[in-house]
Design a protein around this ligand. Sequence first.
Ligand code: PHE
Length: 336
Amino acid sequence: MIDTKPYIEKISAAKTVTELGNITQELFGRKNGVITLAMRELKSLPDKDKKSHAKSLNTAKAELNTAIDEKKAELTGASGDTLKNTDNIDVTLNLPQEERGHLHLIPSFIEKVEEVFGRMGFDTASGPEIENEELNFDLLNFPKDHAARDAQDVFFIESDAPEDNKLLLRAHTSPVQIRYMREHKPPFRAIFPGKVYRKDADATHSPMFHQFEGLMIGKDITLANMKAVMTTAIRELVSEDVEFRFRTAYFPFVEPGLELDMRWRGEDESSREGKWMEVVGCGMTHPNVLRNVNIDPEIWQGFAFGFGVERMLMIKHQITDLRLFFQNDLRFLRQF
Ligand code: PHE
């Protein structure tokens, strides 16, 4: 039998949480606790005594636990009482700020893209990341033997699809142009953000990256409109004073075709003038593409562009390696 009285007295006399902890240990410690040992001894008692001993032991245990809990509440101020016994609450303590999660900088940038283009009247749409050759290439006016179809560059997917129309991970967001034009009648303007896949990996390439395609078709849309829309977007999304240039380029689905480069400080952080980085492909939609979706190129014309999201962010935030976006290093990500 355990006499709880001296322990109860000790508990109620405790002045600090540490002191109370010591008493608790003395009673319930795993090795030598008074109660722990008594519980263990129960096993060796003759059967006729076991029951009554267990009962009184449980009563003692409950009594002590209650006393400990009450004392603890009193000492820590958790009793809901006033602050009188709560000398271990430091009200001047600077608690760490609660950390809140937020979007990764890529999806949050894409939200901003949708907002900026939304203000210019552009709709937003998306398409699947698994496409076939017809949508990724043929309907965009790529000849059958175009180098971009090379298995070196594109992730083809093994499937039962016909040999001349294999499944693949889309290499650009341009197939969404086709999907959109099949479902909408011109005039229209829309952007198509999303992930694209290519077999590339270095400081300015990743096998998965993000683009947003733009498409604007009307009766009198010109290259001047394209430049105006793109310039507005760049100023709002990258910065007011980013330096950029257009130069001619070839894409089978536009004519004329252009590329836009932005000035970037380069992988070499010490370089003063930096170098040009290609960020956008663009141009006037090729008449063959319009024909492929039953839009009459004698009546309708317009432009398309495809911006590289990570590259815009690299220029905006002076980031020197594109792969940092996907390594999930919080020291990098929480800066944004
Ligand atoms: N799809 C092209 C690429 O990924 C970019 C582009 C889009 C070019 C639209 C012209 C018009 O490289």
